[in-house]
Design a protein. Structure first.
Length: 312
């Protein structure tokens, strides 16, 4: 059974470098050390430039060889990492990738520090139920860990399996074909859908997170406007085989959507899509190339409202 995706909020992050608020949480416990924060030079004014400076300099004063940082003060270090992940989301993607690789470079100075940061970057960026889940950020981390001499061969085998999974349906590549059967019994294909964009939604019957996601899509003014112009179609796919349950919950799928189940069980049996958690959302272009994978609805809305010249 696939994990039902959780949307639990991440710990509140106080982005001091961007908004000037003072974060006292890290020193809340008596005797607990504080993270050695770096000051952003005053010439960096706007949030993006400040975030990009901190992306590359956030760890400048952190001692990766001090075992206290991953021992008694591990909570401070973990919170610092959570804050760092939040900060790099304000930077350009290429800069964020450089910062993450730089973090691994620094952590390699001590095997215990490397183990801590490698494990927690995977935990926060790749575990399906993480509220900070971001495969695009995890990819450069994964590639750097695969190249590291510190990563042992057994661990590299597992990381290589993850890397292989992440190659499937990557943004910029053709989405794997889906053969689905509707509630009326007709059989159709993903590739036959004619629209400028296809929002592909994988769901399970009786999944609370799925119901929440469906409501979010239905209430999206951006998506509704594109549906009304027939420039976006939504395809809801049930990838498993409990068809009685699927039929029982069909009323949860809006009538304006296309909907069906994977009657050949290709998704599960052939792993044409790696669905580590449900629900999962993909945005495809008119040629059924993947634009966004396993993404939030706000991210879909953000992409769809970009000027044409700024879409990649």
């Amino acid at each position: 059974m696939r994990l039902s995706r959780s949307y639990a909020p991440v710990a509140v992050v106080c982005l001091t470098i961007l908004f000037g608020c003072k974060d006292s949480r890290q020193a809340a416990a008596v005797g607990q050390r504080e993270f050695p924060a770096v000051t952003v030079p005053s010439l960096y004014i706007d949030p993006q430039s400040r975030a990009e400076y901190m992306t590359m300099h956030y760890w400048d004063r952190f001692d990766f060889r001090d075992t206290v940082n991953i021992g008694s003060a591990v909570g401070v270090t973990e919170q610092a990492l959570v804050d760092y992940i939040a900060i790099i989301s304000y930077a350009r993607y290429d800069v964020a990738c450089k910062g993450l690789v730089h973090l691994i470079d620094l952590a390699e100075s001590d095997s215990a520090a490397y183990a801590f940061f490698a494990a927690n970057l995977e935990r926060y960026l790749y575990e399906a139920d993480s509220p900070m889940y971001n495969e695009a950020f995890f990819m450069p981390v994964l590639e750097r860990m695969l190249a590291s001499e510190i990563t042992d061969d057994t661990h590299k085998i597992r990381l290589k399996m993850i890397w292989n999974d992440m190659q499937k349906n990557r943004p910029g590549t053709p989405a794997a074909e889906i053969h689905y059967q509707t509630a009326s019994g007709s059989r159709r294909m993903l590739s036959a859908i004619r629209a400028e964009y296809v929002l592909l939604v994988f769901h399970n019957p009786g999944c609370n997170a799925c119901v929440t996601l469906i409501d979010e899509i239905v209430n999206s003014a951006v998506i509704k406007a594109m549906q009304d112009r027939n420039s976006l179609r939504i395809l809801a796919i049930y990838p498993d085989k409990q068809l009685d349950e699927w039929e029982k919950h069909l009323h949860e799928i809006p009538s304006s959507w296309l909907s069906g189940f994977d009657y050949n069980m290709e998704i599960d049996g052939m792993e044409t899509y790696v669905l580590r958690a449900i629900p999962s959302v993909y945005l495809l272009d008119k040629n059924k190339n993947v634009i966004l994978r396993d993404v939030s609805i706000p991210a879909v809305e953000q992409y769809l409202t970009l000027p044409d010249w700024n879409r990649q």
